[in-house]
Write a protein that binds this ligand. Structure first.
Ligand SMILES: Nc1nc2c(ncn2[C@@H]2O[C@H](COP(=O)(O)O[C@H]3[C@@H](O)[C@H](n4cnc5c(=O)[nH]c(N)nc54)O[C@@H]3COP(=O)(O)O)[C@@H](O)[C@H]2O)c(=O)[nH]1
Length: 769
């Protein structure tokens, strides 16, 4: 048989560990993110600093470069004038060539007349025609502007040189006459397409772009410049220009953004050359920043990942081991090692699971509560080894005769539970009959064979209950009914117990209402001193004034009150009412003791001593006027605990009587130690006192025992004068019974006591009052 056992598994340690790991992971990731952010900022700062240094260096080296190229132009101009190059331009060429040879960064040297005509160019082939740049208004405009400048030299806009046939910076020097009028212009053309021209000594990072930009937005130089037309003929409008315009007074600074020249996101720094109206800048692609950041931090991240992987691995390992361990413990806690079946705990869980499933699927199922007949006798008399062997065989037979989907469990002792999914009354009855048949067959153990049989109670979902607890309870109740009907029986809860259970539930509801509506009342039955025939006290006996059924006897409802737990509030009410009454009689001068029955549950209530202390205090009664009757069977349930509780109750000043004495199984050893004051002989021994010598002997023995132990003795159920006389003769101290009086309402009892009757059996065997 397959067992569909699926316990709800929750391991708090594993959950805690998982939560700790997750927290650690989250905190770790957070710390890593913070570290990443800070290290990124630091990396950017470092890179910007290095770019700033490079930009300042580029600015200084540019200034130095132009100054060095321009030095000597003044002298060259004077020499050219002396040679009258305006008239004989070809005489200029040797001087221009000599000057150029001293400056290898200069591609050509040219001379222009003050109206813009090119007179000579060192780069032009001898005899070739020189271009007439006067037709280029752009050229003329800049040339004229340069001639107006008072500076020793002017760096013009970078243009394409028609003679040198490359992009070049024109560095111009104007030669003037004595009245400062321009005579001619010397122009050195400096090519810009090589890094070495301006930035030779600057070590650059990969992807760097370095340049000089004029204040008017045109590039003077840029390296690299893959599309020079785009670089030199259009004004720059990118992040550098925005930064320069935003902070015009700032000599150095940074910029960041998309650069038009190559369309990349760049990070850069700049440094102005204020005297030249230019700015040197250096920029690198932003990806370089990422790369450098990653290069510097990859070991940290790798270390973190490895560390975390190890941590997670260890955590997972510990959690799994813990879960395995818990699962084993859980399985053991739900397993019956003797039969290898699920135990009660597992059965209850499975039943709850089955209820949930049936509700969800709107289906039905049956619960079979099975109890072996005669197993206890065999187990107790022949030993546990035989009992164990029989239980194992029972489990095997039951399993063998159930379907795969059925669930079988051992609840404990000789009780088993079967859950039959999807089974109705008929299926369940057939299955139960089959099980009864196989359990009726003898069980062989060693050389012997044992005949047992079983009783099965069946409850059905949803007809007999919609919760696991109710179904189990009802199957159990049906099983008891089956047992009551005799061996090898099965009973369906609905058939046998439905009505009585409904009545029981109704009674419990009515009792609750009775308590709320104060429908209970106390009757008092006199307790009589047998030697003198005087009333010395009363036993308080509860009655229920039921509006529907009239006065109801406690025998009808006390067992149900016990069963439902209502006996605790009902018992408390009885104690309060009896104490109030005892105090009222004492106040009237009536010297009476009131005895109250304490139910088993009340006696076992851990709060009983405290509750009584409070009731006594509230009523103001002298504790010695209250006697508690505790049945012998209740006292003997846990004798050691009873000795302690009775001792504590006596400590409050109360009197204690052992009720129904003779009907339980008192150990004389315990009886000796229980500090009771009175022993009440059960009325079953008194009833046939006159006719049954055995009962008479028992009564005598109990009276003798009480006297030996120094206890007083009270006989209940005195219905005749013979009873009275015999008990008097036996030396019994007190008596109670219909012959003296039935239980009476308080007022009638009081009237009786005030009459001061003397219950002594006379010659005609009637009580005398
Ligand atoms: N826990 C509590 N139990 C209580 C309380 N009140 C009563 N009871 C118990 O209910 C049982 C039935 O009680 P009741 O019907 O009141 O019967 C008592 C007497 O009326 C009856 N008795 C007394 N004399 C005679 C007699 O001569 N013949 C005869 N056939 N019956 C007689 O005996 C009952 C008292 O018994 P006991 O308590 O053992 O002294 C009964 O068990 C009560 O204990 C309550 O408040 N709480």
């Amino acid at each position: 048989m397959k067992l569909a056992f699926r316990p709800q598994f929750r391991n708090s340690f594993a959950t805690l560990l998982r939560a700790a790991t997750t927290t650690f992971l989250v905190l770790g990731l957070f710390a890593l993110a913070v570290y990443g952010f800070l290290s990124w900022r630091q990396e950017k700062e470092d890179l910007q600093n290095s770019l700033a240094i490079q930009a300042s260096f580029a600015a200084a080296s540019s200034e130095h470069f132009f100054a060095s190229v321009s030095s000597g132009l003044d002298l060259l101009g004077q020499l050219l004038l002396e040679r009258d190059v305006l008239q004989r331009p070809q005489d200029a060429l040797p001087l221009l060539g000599a000057f150029r040879s001293r400056h290898e960064e200069i591609a050509s040297m040219a001379i222009f007349s003050s109206d813009g005509q090119m007179l000579a160019n060192s780069a032009a082939a001898p005899g070739s025609r020189l271009p007439d740049l006067r037709r280029h208004p752009d050229f003329l405009q800049t040339l004229r502007a340069d001639m107006q400048s008072p500076a020793a030299y002017v760096v013009g806009r970078t243009q394409y040189g028609l003679v040198v046939r490359q992009w070049r910076i024109p560095l111009r020097h104007t030669v003037r006459d004595a009245r400062n009028r321009p005579l001619l212009v010397l122009q050195a053309s400096i090519p810009v397409q090589q890094k070495t021209t301006l930035w030779q000594a600057i070590p650059l990072l990969p992807g760097t772009s370095i340049g000089l930009v004029r204040d008017d937005g045109y590039h003077q130089s840029r390296w690299p410049a893959p599309q020079p037309e785009r670089v030199y003929l259009t004004r720059a409008r990118g992040p550098l220009m925005q930064a320069l315009r935003a902070r015009p007074a700032q000599r150095t600074g940074f910029f960041q953004g998309r650069v038009m020249a190559d369309g990349r996101n760049r990070l850069g720094a700049y440094a102005r050359l204020p005297t030249m109206g230019m700015t040197a800048y250096v920029s690198v692609p932003q990806t370089l920043l990422w790369m450098r950041w990653w290069e510097h931090n990859a070991p940290v991240f790798a270390g973190f990942v490895i560390y975390f992987a190890i941590f997670l691995g260890v955590g997972k390992f510990v959690v799994r081991r813990e879960e395995d361990h818990s699962r084993t413990l859980l399985a053991q806690a739900r397993h019956d090692p003797l039969t290898d079946l699920p135990n009660r705990l597992a059965a209850e869980e499975q039943l709850a699971h089955e209820v949930a499933r049936a509700r969800r699927e709107n289906s039905r199922f049956a619960v079979l509560f099975l109890d072996l007949d005669r197993f206890k006798d065999i187990n107790d008399s022949l030993g546990h080894a035989i009992g164990d062997s029989i239980l194992r065989q029972v489990a095997a037979r039951l399993q063998h005769n159930l379907r795969d989907e059925d669930i079988l469990a051992r609840l404990g002792g000789d009780e088993f539970l079967a859950i039959l999914p999807a089974a109705g009354a008929e299926d369940a009855t057939q299955a139960a009959q089959r099980l009864l048949a196989v359990l009726d067959m003898p069980f062989p153990v060693d050389e012997r064979r044992f005949q047992l049989g079983a009783s099965i109670g069946i409850s059905l979902f949803p007809d007999d209950g919609r919760s696991a607890g109710t179904l189990l309870q009802h199957a159990d109740a049906a099983m008891y009914e089956a047992k009551r009907r005799g061996r090898n029986n099965l009973v369906l809860f609905a058939e046998a117990l439905g009505e009585s259970s409904r009545q029981r539930l109704q009674l419990q509801q009515d009792l609750r209402r009775a308590l709320e509506q104060q429908e209970f009342v106390l009757y008092y039955q006199p307790l009589v001193e047998l030697a003198g025939g005087r009333v010395v006290g009363a036993e308080a006996l509860i009655r229920w004034r039921d509006p529907q059924h009239g006065l109801r006897s406690p025998a009808e409802f006390i067992p149900y009150a016990e069963e439902s737990g209502l006996i605790l509030p009902i018992g408390a009410w009885v104690l309060q009412a009896a104490c109030r009454q005892a105090q009222a009689w004492a106040a009237q001068g009536l010297d009476l003791q009131v005895a109250v029955n304490l139910s088993t549950r009340q006696f076992q209530d851990p709060e009983i001593v405290a509750k009584l202390r409070s009731i006594l205090a509230n009523s103001g009664v002298d504790p010695c006027r209250l006697e508690l009757e505790i049945t012998e069977s209740a006292a003997m349930l846990d004798p050691e605990a009873s000795i302690r509780t009775i001792g504590a109750l006596k400590g409050l000043g109360l009197q204690i009587a052992i009720d129904d004495f003779g009907t339980g199984y008192s150990s004389l050893n315990y009886l000796k130690r229980i500090p009771a004051d009175v022993i009440k002989i059960d009325q079953s021994f008194v009833r046939d006192l006159a006719t049954d010598p055995d009962d008479a002997a028992i009564v005598r023995a109990i009276i003798g025992l009480a006297q030996t132990l120094g206890r007083r003795c009270l006989a209940e159920g005195i219905e005749t004068a013979e009873h009275f006389q015999t008990l008097q003769r036996f030396g019994c101290d007190y008596g109670q019974g219909y012959w003296m009086s039935r239980p009476l309402p308080a007022a009638e009892f009081e009237a009786l006591v005030l009459e001061q009757p003397c219950f002594l059996a006379t010659g005609n065997l009637a009580p005398v009052s």
